[in-house]
Write a protein that binds this ligand. Structure first.
Ligand SMILES: CC(C)(COP(=O)(O)OP(=O)(O)OC[C@H]1O[C@@H](n2cnc3c(N)ncnc32)[C@H](O)[C@@H]1OP(=O)(O)O)[C@@H](O)C(=O)NCCC(=O)NCCS
Length: 162
């Protein structure tokens, strides 16, 4: 299972380049075109701003010592929202599901009481990665909203079924 192989570490400033490459891939924003293809300057401004406020809750996932994805949170509406990105060339191998599980458990262990996720309808890989990790459906209005309270395995009642 990939989650037995991937590890999380805190983000470093040197990760800005890998993140820029992942952000530039069209598939990364297929369901969120508003944030697609930032210029490098815009990306750096985003990176520095996020670093200032969220670096303790911003992770790089590694497999065999190589960066393969990122997990980060946004705090708004009095909630903590988890997002994940897997390197484009490594998608579809179970790493996204593993990263959601590992990041969720890590954040809860760090003291977050509850995590939330917002998933654009049609983003099947994201949907199954989060529901498979135990996220439970709250609202379904164009964007699915999920919450996660405890480490879990199978999708809970209320979550869509495959
Ligand atoms: C979403 C994302 C993180 C998923 O990572 P991934 O490594 O490609 O996903 P996985 O291979 O772990 O697949 C996740 C689940 O979706 C399923 N899945 C993947 N693609 C699918 C598709 N097109 N249709 C249906 N199910 C699909 C997999 O079978 C797996 O389910 P399982 O865990 O029950 O077996 C990755 O695609 C990505 O970085 N996308 C761009 C950024 C993004 O959309 N992030 C999510 C917003 S928070």
């Amino acid at each position: 299972m990939p989650e037995q192989q991937i590890t999380l570490r805190r983000i470093h400033d040197s990760d800005a380049i890998a993140l820029y490459r992942w952000q530039q891939d069209p598939g990364t924003h297929a369901f969120d075109p508003v944030n697609a293809s930032p210029s490098f300057d815009k990306h750096l401004a985003w990176f520095v701003g996020r670093w200032a406020t969220e670096h303790t809750r911003w992770f790089i996932a590694e497999l065999h010592g190589q960066p393969i994805g990122t997990a980060y949170v946004d705090a708004h509406e009095d909630k903590i929202w988890l997002s994940v990105v897997i390197a484009p060339e490594l998608r579809g191998r179970g790493l996204g599901s593993a990263l959601v599980r590992l990041a969720s458990v890590t954040l809860l262990r760090q003291g977050e009481p509850m995590l939330w996720a917002r998933i654009h309808q049609g983003n099947e890989a994201s949907l199954w990665a989060f529901t498979g990790a135990g996220y439970k459906l709250d609202r379904q209005e164009g964007v699915w909203t999920f919450h996660y309270l405890t480490a879990g395995g199978a999708a809970r009642p209320g979550a869509p079924t495959k």
